[in-house]
Write a protein that binds this ligand. Structure first.
Ligand code: HEM
Length: 473
């Protein structure tokens, strides 16, 4: 062991510390502890990069909005993600990113997007897959939720769903309806997991390049290309799908369309699945909140399907979803590289940390959404409690304005899928509470359930031990 005053070169000590926390599935907890110890903004040399870590909303506001042109993803992020995501909205900067955003944004602004009839079909597949289980007292919903969000994302974006859930509830003798989908899904899982490990190595990402990573990326990309071709040939709904819009704007260039779509499918599957997993995970440990939510939904709808207007009128449902995004943001820690010359961020410098902090070109700024959302200074002593009612006191809009709440990021790179994610989640949660009178965790964890959480940090955050619950229809 090294004495405290020694440091490994290239910030390798910090890198090893985060890898150790990652192994224990406690990486976000480490980031929070370090902010409590060193302050809301501090600097370190980590993984070969001079890094400023911040959870101060004033710095985050500057980084994402006012000083946006000075910062970007940079070449490390591009090269780290590109084997899987290619040249798409999550890997590009500058004019190439702008082009990609202009191409994709109209998909999300269509009046009927996301169509509730489409979601309803997949919700029914989810219930059938749940009810096909022999033991409703012990069922892990996490894999089903990931299938659900891939089925919906492919339906919306390719015009043809992978229908992974349908194949779960059918007998093994029935041929799988859409095998390309399962090939894509399993290759994609492996590739996402390796990409996340590469990202953790920062400037040394290139050291993580095993055969399994390379082959899973090429298999995911190849099967998606075939799904696109299949969609073009067989889908009756293609003219309404994002695929159609993208292909026509890209003059039928299948390879570019594939890169744009793999980015959308990644966000549509993983971020949505993260949110849905955490909502059910939290509700299963908070029976009073579950029954209050159920009361609101049943009083409004009975057992019928909600309309968009009705979804927007349910206040407690909104609070539950935002409280989940506060404590368990799908992207807990994010980063930007200073690309546009030396600059400053508003706070973090000087003795009291209230003066601007100098940011040399090439600095990585890591901003912790998880850390901001769990700051006592911003949310009070009960910051760690799952308490939906808190949103009545200071609302989502107000907290968005001062950046104390930013699960969907902000500024020109704000999440394009925010409304889609909120609608899909709220619709699904509504139907879930209508269907199940009770949901409880299989472990009796008491009030300190958050202390025992193990976090899986892929490119998004999910409960590492799954969402294992007992369901009462
Ligand atoms: C709960 C669900 C979601 C959360 C919490 C979330 C969060 C975020 C965050 C934090 C970013 C910024 C990423 C960065 O700065 O590196 C982002 C970007 C983005 N999100 Fe989401 N997202 C969610 C769901 C979705 C969905 C369902 C889609 C659509 C399929 C989507 C599409 C996008 C896109 C295209 C961007 C890139 C925007 C750009 O760089 O211009 N997101 N999202």
């Amino acid at each position: 062991m090294l004495p405290n005053s020694w440091f490994l070169p290239f910030g390798l000590d910090k890198l090893f510390k985060s890898l150790a926390a990652e192994k224990q599935r406690k990486l976000p907890v480490l980031s929070l502890e370090e902010h409590e110890k060193y302050g809301d903004t501090y600097a370190q040399y980590a993984g070969g990069l001079f890094t400023i870590l911040t959870r101060d909303p004033r710095n985050i506001a500057a980084l994402l909005t006012k000083q946006f042109p000075k910062f970007g993803y940079g070449p490390i992020r591009h090269n780290c993600f590109a084997p899987l995501l290619g040249d798409g909205i999550f890997t590009l900067d500058g004019s190439a990113w702008e082009h990609s955003r202009k191409l994709l944004a109209p998909i999300f602004h269509k009046p009927n997007f996301p169509a509730f009839e489409t979601i309803e079909g997949h919700v029914q597949d989810l219930f059938s897959a749940i009810e096909a289980n022999d033991d409703m007292n012990h069922i892990d919903l996490r894999p089903l939720i990931y299938d659900f969000t891939l089925d919906t994302a492919t339906d919306f974006f390719l015009g043809k769903s992978t229908h992974l859930l349908k194949s779960r509830s059918e007998s093994p003798s029935v041929p799988k309806p859409y095998d390309l989908g399962s090939t894509f899904s399993s290759a994609f899982n492996t590739a996402v997991s390796w990409t996340a490990t590469r990202e953790r190595f920062k400037a040394f990402y290139w050291l993580v390049n095993p055969r399994e990573f390379r082959s899973s990326c090429s298999s995911a990309r190849h099967s998606l290309k075939n799904m696109i071709l299949d969609g073009i040939i067989h889908s009756r709904d293609i003219q309404h799908s994002a695929l159609n819009d993208i292909l026509s704007k890209l003059e039928l260039n299948i390879y570019r369309a594939r890169d744009e779509l793999i980015n959308l499918i990644f966000a549509g599957r993983d971020s949505n699945a993260s949110l849905l997993c955490w909502v059910v995970y939290a509700l299963a440990r908070e029976p009073i909140i579950y029954s209050r939510l159920r009361k609101e939904v049943i009083a409004k709808l009975g057992q019928r399907q909600p309309t968009k207007k009705e979804i927007n009128e349910m206040e407690y449902l909104d609070f539950v979803v935002h409280e989940t995004l506060r404590l368990f943001p799908a992207v807990p820690i994010n980063g930007r590289l200073c690309l546009g010359g030396d600059t400053t961020l508003p706070v973090g410098g000087g003795e009291d940390g209230e003066k601007p902090v100098y940011v040399p070109r090439g600095t990585l700024i890591c901003f912790s959404t998880y850390g901001t959302h769990r700051s006592k200074k911003l949310y009070g002593e009960d910051v760690g409690e799952f308490k939906p009612e808190r949103w009545k006191v200071k609302g989502v809009r107000e907290r968005g304005l001062d950046y104390s709440y930013h699960p969907f990021s902000a500024g020109p790179r704000r999440c394009l899928g925010e409304n889609y994610a909120l609608m899909l989640t709220k619709y699904t949660v509504c139907r879930f509470v209508q269907r199940f009178e009770g949901v409880t965790s299989v472990e009796d964890e008491g009030s300190d359930w958050q202390g025992r959480i193990r976090y899986q940090i892929g490119l998004t955050m999910a409960p590492d031990d799954g969402v294992v619950v007992n369901l009462r229809p």
